[in-house]
Design a protein around this ligand. Structure first.
Ligand code: S3P
Length: 444
């Protein structure tokens, strides 16, 4: 039986300790760098979501030995470069997968055809193809640089590229291509974005020079550097931890601890924002794991207040605005999120879908091209009503956000395409149920 929908309903307090699944960004990078390297990379805590499994399969098709040893434990035997795949590379729903793999592949003498699911085939690839083209790669793509597309790699030349939009995926694609480029690559990012590629390249033995410039960074690497296989321990994904943490904040009487959460300074915008809203959050057992900061994070039910979220915070919480919007719906007063236009080119137009979903649940929302305001229900004469069936357009974060909203709304909330949750958070439903939450399947 496959579930046609999932329905969340108001439950008692959520209580317990859980582990977030492995970080999606770091999981993709571990597989790709492992495949580019010479020798063996052993990965522990890999996110076994559909997106990352697609990247694992893609790395095998580019010639790496990829083997699952056990729960979250994977072994990648890199051949020191990529060979031509014999079939189409299907990256599923994963923007990070396809964009980083195109960058990694561009410097090798091969042709590779990439595709993905309906969502990925609708997303802009020009942002990656433009710099790769300046370096010397060529391609043929559908209109607007959409997938399916065929990339022809080969000899690349140096690039100095200033990111037109804050995107760690574009930065990473250029840096990975730069490894094979004559003269390497330089990326200037006016706003700092997640730096897992830079950190992990160093762990594989690559010299990467990073200088702070204003609020941004200049990243330089020399071409021709070799990667050596290593061990990677993947920390818990803060973007996934956000769901049980916000569930606890909005459900009276709750206390939830998520263990082993990555707290990289470029990923903690949501925790900063929730703190400003008055959330009772505590961070314990702070430690360094494989070059990244990790800790246990506890959230207790809180009376939240609406805030203004500044645009410069967007890169450090870009995937967390949907669940922030849910927290904001239960707060007192207005929460305005500015500078969030990039949300419109994610797995779905996340501003439009959150605005539609919250409105259907009785929450007042205003949206503009680059902003969204949620009018919190606390203190008004009605709580968050719920009682809606949400169209997710197959977007895992839209689905999970509304299921969390349903934990604390007056009436049940259903989401369609529940299978998509497994792209980033396999086990989400069981994890929320284990904390005392109520999510049930509706049969197809
Ligand atoms: C990611 C970067 C972000 C983020 C995505 C993961 C990464 O995308 O939304 O989920 O792993 O580099 P952009 O680079 O498009 O901002």
């Amino acid at each position: 039986m496959t579930a046609a929908a999932l329905t969340a309903r108001r439950a008692g307090p959520l209580k317990g300790r859980v582990r977030a699944p492995g970080d999606k960004s770091i999981s993709h990078r571990a597989l790709i760098l492992g495949a580019l390297a010479s020798g063996v990379t052993e990965i522990e805590g890999l996110l076994e979501g559909d997106d990352v499994k697609r990247t694992a399969a893609a790395m095998a098709s580019f010639g790496a030995g990829v083997e699952r040893l056990g729960d979250g434990c994977w072994r990648v035997e890199g051949r020191g470069g990529f060979a031509e795949p014999s079939d189409v590379v299907d990256c599923g729903n994963a923007g990070t997968g396809v964009r980083l793999i195109m960058g990694a592949a561009a410097g090798f003498d091969l042709a590779a055809t990439f595709t993905g699911d309906a969502s990925l085939r609708g997303r802009p690839m020009n942002r990656v193809l433009k710099p790769l083209g300046e370096m010397g790669a060529t391609w043929i793509a559908r209109g607007g640089g959409r997938l399916p597309l065929t990339l022809k790699g080969g000899a690349l030349k140096r690039i100095a590229y200033r990111l037109p939009e804050p995107s760690a995926q574009v930065k990473s694609a250029v840096l990975l291509a730069g490894l094979q480029a004559n003269g390497g690559a330089e990326v200037i990012e006016p706003e700092a974005t997640r730096d897992h590629t830079e950190r992990m390249l160093r762990a594989f033995g690559v010299e990467v020079d990073v200088t702070e410039e204003g609020g941004g960074r200049r990243i330089v690497l020399a071409g021709g550097q070799k990667l050596t296989g290593t061990r990677v321990r993947v920390p818990g994904d803060p973007s996934s931890a956000a769901f049980p943490l916000v569930a606890a904040l909005i459900t009276p009487g709750s206390e939830v601890t998520v263990e082993g959460v990555l707290l990289n300074a470029l990923r903690i915008g949501l925790l900063d924002t929730l703190g400003e809203m008055g959330a009772d959050l505590s961070v314990t057992n702070l430690r360094d794991e494989g070059g990244e900061t990790v800790a246990d994070v506890t959230a207790r039910y809180s009376e939240l207040e609406g805030v203004e979220v500044p645009p410069e915070r967007a890169p450090s919480m870009i995937d967390e605005y949907p669940i922030l919007a849910v927290a904001a719906a239960f707060a007192r007063g207005r929460t305005t999120m500015r500078g969030i236009g990039e949300m419109r080119v994610k797995e779905s137009d996340r501003i439009a879908l959150m605005a539609a979903g919250l409105t259907a649940c009785g929450v007042e929302v205003e949206e503009g091209p680059e902003h969204m305001t949620v009018v919190g229900a606390k203190g008004a004469d009605h709580p968050v009503a719920g009682g809606a069936r949400i169209t997710t357009h197959g977007d895992h974060r839209i689905a999970m956000s509304h299921l969390i909203l349903g934990q604390a709304a007056e009436r049940p909330v259903s989401v369609d395409e529940p299978g998509m949750i497994a792209t980033s958070f396999p086990g989400f439903v069981q994890l929320i149920q284990g904390l005392g939450g109520e999510i049930a399947e509706e049969a197809a």
